[in-house]
Design a protein around this ligand. Structure first.
Ligand SMILES: [Zn+2]
Length: 157
């Protein structure tokens, strides 16, 4: 089960569903998570200055946000473990979505090839628990990073 602060009340699902198909990218992942029965129909919002109110949850919007942010952290972890188990030693980092702001330290990893073990061992180390270790190598590199990993694409013949 994957849970996070923002989604704690609204969603839960099996991580193994998403890892089962290693060729899935974030877009397909979001579509697979956009099932009505994965989500509550509405959520209660408690603003600081106004009264609490309830708003509907759009499964496609919620699934996209989840696929690209918090879920990605665990997808990378699980997929790296799978590659290690298969004896695969390297993977490629790529951008799965456009963040609101892209730190340069984050963008430098784009399309680069890394050791799968390094990615696996670096899980969250850079930013969690806070303040994290700025010298650690983590994919995603931080809470707003939209980078993920894939198998190294086969070169064209
Ligand atoms: Zn990034």
């Amino acid at each position: 089960m994957v849970k996070g602060p923002f989604y704690r009340r609204s969603c839960c699902f099996s991580l193994s569903d998403a890892i089962a198909n290693p060729n899935r990218n974030e877009e397909i992942l979001a579509i697979s998570l956009a099932k009505q029965n994965y989500w509550k129909r509405s959520e209660t919002v408690v603003p600081k200055v106004r009264r609490a109110y309830t708003r509907p949850i759009d499964p496609s919007v919620a699934a996209e946000r989840l696929a690209i942010t918090e879920f990605n952290t665990w997808y990378v972890r699980g997929f790296a473990k799978r590659l290690i188990d298969e004896g695969v030693t390297q993977c490629q980092v790529y951008r799965a979505g456009i963040p609101k702001h892209a730190p340069a330290e984050c963008s430098k990893h784009e399309d680069q090839i890394y050791s799968v073990k390094e990615v696996y061992d670096g899980h969250r180390a850079r930013y969690w628990p806070e303040p994290g270790n700025p010298n650690a190598f983590s994919i995603p590199a931080g809470p707003n990073c939209h980078h993920t990993i894939r198998r190294i694409p086969k070169t064209n013949p």
